[in-house]
Design a protein around this ligand. Structure first.
Ligand code: SF4
Ligand code: SF4
Length: 299
């Protein structure tokens, strides 16, 4: 069946919440991006993100990437290069390639990763998505590397203090683009509760899921995941000794996917893992705070 470009009622209804939670001052650009990506089967437009560190220095409550539960772990540059190479065979032009985590600026070899990403995606907008805490502490080498590889710094905002003046000066000095996204309001968090029994209807979960639109398509260990939740669930499983199980149908293996069309087809369908998501109970406007690492933050 020919795909139709859709602006669904559920998408329109959620836009005010999404703006509050994720969106930058560039509101029109962000809304357009949401429409293009949620219709990716037609537009062919989608971003891809990757954890370059598992852990984080902010440890927010109910982190949807489970980074506050993660051990200190860094992506190996050789593994990153292998994944970039495989993905670039499917498409070497993404809407955006996002290096994140966890907190990506904790990675001691972030400049090496920047150069690898640029090598395989020469014309893709590449960004480091950071909470910004470490930005003013980084050496000159970092900024020069970002400038030379055309890496944008995207600061995901939280209700914390950042030296925005100094960050602006650094961006200007080294000609690195800085962009802020999300709100600094305390009620800027989202919670999508998990169903530990896996008893949800996958089609319904997917239909009601803000992550199914394609804003957090994730590359991990040679696989493409529809969303960050399925991609990083092993961090949750490990910390809480759970078994929210992934099957071979929960990701697209880059060794098996034929082309971009097949990948887009895959990304537009529910995955078995959707049975663990109580998406109809997604709560917006949750208060930000530091995680106590209690399972109730996610269920
Ligand atoms: S800053 Fe982002 S990645 Fe880090 S714990 Fe908070 S929500 Fe998670
Ligand atoms: S597994 Fe499915 S329902 Fe759950 S967050 Fe991912 S896309 Fe949404």
């Amino acid at each position: 069946m020919k795909p139709k470009f859709v602006i669904t009622r559920r998408l329109l209804k959620k836009i005010p919440y999404l703006i509050k939670t994720y969106v930058s001052p560039h509101i029109l650009q962000d809304t357009a991006e949401l429409l293009l990506v949620s219709n990716k089967k037609i537009t062919g437009i989608f971003p891809v993100e990757i954890h370059v560190t598992e852990h984080c220095n902010l440890n927010c409550r109910a982190c949807s990437h489970f980074s506050c539960l993660a051990d200190e772990e860094y992506l190996d540059p050789a593994a990153f290069e292998s994944d970039c190479q495989k993905l670039s065979r499917i498409t070497n032009k993404l809407y955006a390639f996002k290096l994140l985590g966890g907190e990506p600026l904790l990675h001691p070899k972030i400049t090496e990763l920047n150069a690898i990403a640029r090598k395989y995606f020469p014309t893709t907008p590449i960004q480091i998505t950071t909470n910004g805490v470490l930005l003013t502490t980084l050496p000159e080498e970092f900024w020069i590397n970002c400038r030379d590889n055309h890496i944008k710094i995207v600061i995901s905002q939280y209700p914390i203090k950042l030296d925005k003046k100094k960050i602006k000066e650094l961006g200007k000095k080294y000609q690195v683009q800085i962009q802020y996204v999300g709100s600094t309001n305390p009620d800027r968090m989202l919670k999508m509760p998990l169903d530990l029994s896996g008893g949800q209807n996958t089609a319904l979960s997917f239909k009601n899921c803000v992550m199914s639109w394609g804003m957090c398509i994730t590359l991990r260990e040679g696989k493409i995941f529809t969303c960050a939740v399925a991609a990083h669930i092993k961090l949750f499983n490990k910390y809480f000794n759970q078994n929210l199980a992934l099957t071979d149908a929960d990701f697209a293996s880059l060794d098996k996917i034929k082309d971009k069309k097949e990948l887009l087809e895959y990304l537009s369908r529910p995955i078995p893992f959707c049975r663990y998501c109580r998406t109809r109970e997604t709560k917006f406007g949750e208060l930000w705070g530091v995680s106590k690492k209690e399972i109730t933050e996610w269920v």
